[in-house]
Ligand binder design. Structure first.
Ligand code: NAP
Length: 274
């Protein structure tokens, strides 16, 4: 495993995404992933699977302090009172008395980010969250939180993969010591069959998706949270720590056009140019 420093905590760079995984599928998948070696699990209030994640990690038998659990505040729950109440529900469902990381899932057009971050800071002081971060924040949003409000934001979880370069927001994050967690890290399978990726895959006797994940994790301060309900995919995705890309691979991969965004719902902010 590769680890990324988040405000002094070593976080496993490869996490387990759980969006669109619900019910018994999720409840079975979480202990399966833990058995395979995943120690970092990503969920969100809006995924409506926190209870399954909670039952799943408890069933795995792993001690709580060996797991890194992230959840995210529902998009409509950024007001201070909602943040506190929402986290109480999350903790109950997740069967824990703290989460390792709480994220603002989406910047709000109506609730000031200072209000949400203040509410999160109170939860941190109360020991209910270990760290706070953001998701889907643009450079302007990050600037407001990090420089304007001087808050310790440990990570920005954004869509990031070989087809979406995200140079502006990543450049800002690196400069300010904010980790980047890549969601849709394998671009939902869209890089399978890509000749540049397949060439590297063939050279290293790997799959295209393993090349995508390795490319992300070889970058400083970068985590990735692929979702894989199937055991075969979950195993493949975590089997990337016994090889490395070389300069030739990186030249080809870095040159792929990085302008394909997969996630852009109606409530998304105006994104930075890729
Ligand atoms: P993804 O991880 O890029 O792709 C997931 C898809 O790829 C699933 O259909 C999965 O299939 C398949 N897959 C996984 N590993 C594979 C492999 N080795 N070979 C072939 N297919 C494979 O996309 P994502 O689920 O959208 O993103 C990952 C996680 O990021 C989410 O689960 C969620 O936790 C987080 N996320 C956050 C936000 C946000 O706004 N913060 C937005 C989107 C996602 P199976 O499941 O059938 O194995």
């Amino acid at each position: 495993m590769i680890f990324v420093d988040m405000a002094g905590r070593k976080v496993p760079a490869l996490g387990y995404g759980t969006w669109a995984m619900n019910g018994s599928t999720c409840e079975r998948a979480v202990p399966m992933a833990i058995e395979l070696g995943y120690r970092h699990i990503d969920t969100a209030q809006v995924y409506e699977n926190e209870a399954e994640v909670g039952r799943g990690w408890v069933a795995s038998g792993i001690p709580r302090n060996e797991l890194f659990i992230t959840t995210k505040i529902a998009r409509t729950g950024n007001a201070a009172a909602q943040v506190a109440a929402g986290l109480e529900h999350s903790l109950e469902k997740l069967r824990t008395d703290y989460v390792d990381l709480l994220l603002i899932h989406w910047p709000s057009p109506s609730v000031p980010v200072a209000e949400t971050l203040d509410a999160m800071a109170r939860l941190k002081s109360a020991g209910k969250i270990r760290a706070l971060g953001v998701s889907n924040f643009t450079v302007a949003h990050m600037r407001e939180a990090v420089e304007g409000l001087k808050r310790v934001v440990v990570c920005n979880q954004i869509e990031y993969h070989l087809l979406l370069a995200q140079r502006a927001v990543i450049g800002y994050a690196r400069k300010h010591g904010v980790a980047i967690t890549a969601y849709c890290p394998i671009a939902r399978g869209k890089l399978m069959g890509n000749p540049v990726v397949e060439r590297a895959a063939k050279k290293h006797s790997r799959t295209a998706n393993q090349i995508c994940l390795r490319w992300l994790l070889e970058q400083p301060g970068t985590l990735a949270i692929p979702k894989a309900a199937s055991e075969i995919h979950a195993r493949e995705n975590i089997s990337i720590f016994d090889f490395a890309l070389d300069a030739e691979d990186r030249r080809g991969l870095d040159a792929l056009p990085g302008d394909t965004r997969l996630v852009s719902p109606a409530w998304a902010p105006k994104w930075d140019a890729a």
